[in-house]
Design a protein. Structure first.
Length: 242
């Protein structure tokens, strides 16, 4: 069974075709990079996978669950770190974690235990009582990641997780992601930092204007003198169809 199977996905916003007949299969345990210029349709694809947006055509299954017919089961397998921060600015860290645990049907005792685990894992001990609105950008990112992992999902989807955080925090986040990958999580990452994707991902898909223009193992992008950034620029310039 694949972790994610997208078939002929099309999503329009009025006249804008944000995703245009996209096919995508991601294996379990893969560390997968989704690249593309601004407006390519990455976030829209993620919104369709996670049920934030409805789509016009095609199908999506996550860990064998159809996201339209079996939304709750599909959504429960995913931890999402969205591109835009979305948490109540007045809610303290602990509350935000507790709330998401409740959303996924975790009993109170289990939530309490899990909150301690993720708070420790992401070094949030000193900040646990602080409201979201008072956290620095790096802390917000850590919390969003902790929140995504609260219900221990099989799949982690990260939409530009390192945008606007400093170098040290970025390296710390990479370490977390490597550990999660080693622990068997399937990770889907979108990022503007090609270097980050090159370091972390096993496989990379490039989309442009809602269509897939490349789907290769990382080694294919980085062979010989090439690096991912060079290969990526060439692809998006030429916009070759595969
Ligand atoms: P990416 O994440 O790759 O930068 P998006 O998925 O955010 O791209 O956007 C894809 C296209 O859909 C863009 O043309 C964008 O302007 C459009 N779009 C995204 N969200 C909306 C929305 N809520 N309403 C209208 N158009 C949207
Ligand atoms: Mg986006």
């Amino acid at each position: 069974m694949s972790a994610l199977e997208i078939k002929q996905l099309t999503k329009k916003y009025d006249d804008t075709v944000a995703v245009d007949g996209l096919d995508l299969t991601i294996k379990r345990g893969e560390f997968f990079g989704l690249l593309g210029p601004n407006g390519a349709g990455k976030s829209t694809t993620i919104k369709c996978i996670t049920g934030i947006a409805q789509f016009d055509q095609g199908s999506i299954t996550v860990m064998g669950h159809d996201v339209q017919k079996d939304y709750q089961a599909a959504r429960a397998t995913i931890g999402l770190s969205p591109q835009e921060f979305n948490a109540d600015i007045f809610a303290p860290i602990e509350k935000i974690l507790d709330y998401v645990g409740g959303y996924f049907g975790m009993a109170k005792g289990l939530r309490e235990k899990r909150i301690e685990e993720v708070i420790k894992q992401f070094g949030l001990e000193e900040h646990r009582g602080k409201p979201f609105g008072k956290l620095s950008g790096g802390l917000k990112r850590r919390l969003i990641l902790a929140r995504a992992l609260m219900h221990d999902p099989d799949i982690l989807i990260l939409d530009e997780p390192t945008a606007g955080i400093d170098v040290e925090q970025r390296h710390a986040l990479w370490d977390h992601l490597r550990d999660l990958h080693k622990a068997g999580k399937t990770i889907i990452l979108t990022s503007h930092y090609l270097e980050e994707v090159e370091k972390l991902c096993d496989r990379v898909v490039v989309i442009n204007k809602g269509k897939k223009i490349a789907d290769w193992d990382k080694a294919h992008f980085t062979k010989g003198e090439n690096n991912l950034e060079k290969a990526y620029l060439e692809l998006t310039r030429n916009d070759l169809q595969v």
